[in-house]
Write a protein that binds this ligand. Sequence first.
Ligand SMILES: Nc1ncnc2c1ncn2[C@@H]1O[C@H](COP(=O)(O)OP(=O)(O)OP(=O)(O)O)[C@@H](O)[C@H]1O
Ligand SMILES: [Mg+2]
Length: 314
Amino acid sequence: MEEHTSETADARVRAHARGSAISIHGVVKRFGEITAVNGLDLEVPAGVCFGLLGPNGAGKSTTMRMLTAQTLADEGRISVLGYELPRESKQSRLEMGVVPQLDNLDVELTCRQILTVFSRLYRVPRAERPAAVKRALELANLLPRADTIVKELSGGMRRRLLVARGLIHGPRLVLLDEPTVGLDPQVRQELWTLIDGLRASGVTVLMSTHYIEEAERLADTVAVMSSGRIIAQGTPADLVRAHAGEQVLEVYGPPERLAEVGALAAEKGWSSRRSGPAVAIMRAETLNGQAPEGVRRPANLEDAFVALTGEEIE
Ligand SMILES: Nc1ncnc2c1ncn2[C@@H]1O[C@H](COP(=O)(O)OP(=O)(O)OP(=O)(O)O)[C@@H](O)[C@H]1O
Ligand SMILES: [Mg+2]
């Protein structure tokens, strides 16, 4: 271990005392005219699966990249596993695993070669490398493909290899940026199982996603990010209750009927939105008597997300 000044050692002790794996305070990141992250405050407690949910361009990937010091914040403070960034980013990187949104694998190497290279980069002791590689291959269900070169893998297998690579050194914290984007439902399920297993073994997971179902199933806490800051945070159930109520009423019909119901909702001050072929009215449990004919269903995280961000999910 390298020497640290007593000041940073103190900061690390404080962060651990608070039980935070990640602490972000007042962080701003600009790209020219664009403010990608705009006064972000975020605490990720150790040992949880934390979901960062937000529409395209909300600043999720930029936040992830600042946590690895691939991008530097213009303002604010970031600490990861008790290390102050960017100054101590080398140390924090060694204890965390990163699965980026974009695939940057070397296509000419085999799965085993890539994992071996990374085990060395992440300072897995030489004698332990073969076992670490095997464990990562198993975890990602890639053992039968260990000696296949990357360009001969399917998209889903490449994605799983990226996950295996991020886990090669047994990190305490894993950052997953849209881990299941573009995957078929079966592979997505497999990755969900894997992520859930990580959390169960005490690893802290920060995951960005715009698949609502993914956040709802996996995350203990969800933060909704919009225009570079957190606009709501809580358990999925809390967010649903707070922003969509208990029930949603879906009214179906031809376009004229939907327009009529939309106008009625606006007049009455009901929170509503178009949802495919229906108009969905939130907090239907409060409508007593004046509600139009429709189908009632329990409110879900997508309703809360749309109510919060005004954006539909594809
Ligand atoms: N390197 C960069 N140079 C210039 N602008 C950037 C750069 N990286 C991100 N941005 C801008 O910052 C904003 C936030 O982008 P970011 O990739 O963080 O969003 P995101 O929430 O990850 O979106 P998505 O869901 O589409 O992945 C966007 O407006 C984006 O165009
Ligand atoms: Mg992104």
